[in-house]
Design a protein around this ligand. Structure first.
Ligand SMILES: [Zn+2]
Length: 74
C-alpha cells in the first residue's frame, strides 16, 4: 500500500525527469541543435537520461524535441 508521502516522492521524481528532458529539448541554449553552418547540417543525434539506481536509460534516437524517449534496462 502506498502512503501520501510516497506519491509525493514519485511525483517529484517525474517532475525532475521531465525538467531534465525539457532542458535537453532547449533550442535557445542550443542543447537541441538544428543548424546549417557553412552548408553543413549540424544537429543533436541522440539524447539520454540515466536512472542508475533503476539500471535504466531513457534514450531518444534523434533530436529530443522530435524523438520520443524509450526506456532501456541494463
Ligand atoms: Zn530540437
Amino acid at each position: 500500500m502506498f502512503s501520501a508521502a510516497h506519491f509525493g516522492e514519485v511525483d517529484l521524481e517525474i517532475l525532475r525527469e521531465e525538467a531534465v528532458k525539457q532542458a535537453l529539448r532547449d533550442h535557445e541554449g542550443l542543447v537541441c541543435s538544428h543548424q546549417v553552418v557553412e552548408e553543413r547540417r549540424l544537429g543533436t543525434l541522440w539524447s539520454v537520461v540515466g536512472h542508475p539506481c533503476e539500471r535504466q536509460l531513457d534514450i531518444a534516437a534523434g533530436s529530443p524535441c522530435q524523438a520520443a524517449y524509450r526506456t532501456v534496462s541494463f
